[in-house]
Design a protein around this ligand. Structure first.
Ligand code: AMP
Length: 188
């Protein structure tokens, strides 16, 4: 089983590329942001719990995320692979992911990071706010989300560098160019 983590700050294009990679390789795309947004729009107890945190651009608790991912792994096996988009976002989540995969005899196969300038990230997120009407894409909340990324998620770079799993890809350019660069790095 190939377990790919698509890594990068909000607005780097993880979602767009994750869909394309999952389609090409026949893997299951898991976006924790999409899972949480679906819970919010359905008004489930979990959705009600996380709505204010998400609207403010903060991170939902590790405990909830790990619970969600446990059920993802249980409900989707067997698959040929996963493309994880938006998870893990903290060291704690990364360690728990290793533990969950190991329980099923698997490991993280590769972490591909999309490198995008901060100015470009903000511009993309503001555009997405207009196009998709996402509540967490206002200027104030975007700032918060980038702070969360720098504070909680960036330390994962060292975690995966240590494991020799981390690889960067330039995330500026056309969607197709970036996609082919990503594909060229994925060695099955
Ligand atoms: P995303 O669509 O990946 O940008 O996620 C949207 C929002 O969902 C984030 O700003 C967080 O509030 C929440 N979220 C998604 N994934 C995670 C995660 N792995 N850990 C904590 N919060 C998350």
């Amino acid at each position: 089983m190939f377990n790919l983590i698509l890594f990068g700050p909000p607005g780097a294009g993880k979602g767009t590329q994750a869909v394309k990679i999952a389609e090409k390789f026949g893997w299951k795309h898991i976006s924790t942001g999409d899972i949480l947004r679906a819970e919010v729009s359905q008004g489930t107890p979990l959705g009600l719990k996380v709505k204010t945190v998400m609207d403010a651009g903060h991170l939902v608790s590790d405990e909830l995320l790990i619970e969600i991912m446990e059920s993802v792994f249980v409900n989707n096996s067997p698959v040929k692979g996963f493309v994880l988009d938006g998870f893990p976002r903290t060291l704690n989540q990364a360690r728990e992911l290793d533990r969950m995969l190991l329980k099923h005899g698997h490991t993280v196969s590769l972490v591909l990071a999309l490198e995008v300038d901060e100015d470009e990230l903000v511009a993309r997120l503001l555009k997405r706010a207009q196009d998709q009407g996402r509540k967490d894409d206002t200027e104030e909340v975007i700032k918060n989300r980038l702070v969360q990324y720098h504070h909680h998620t960036k330390p994962l770079i060292d975690y995966y560098l240590d494991k020799k799993l981390y690889q960067e890809v330039h995330g500026m350019g056309t969607i197709d160019d970036i996609f082919s660069q990503l594909c060229s790095v994925i060695k099955l």
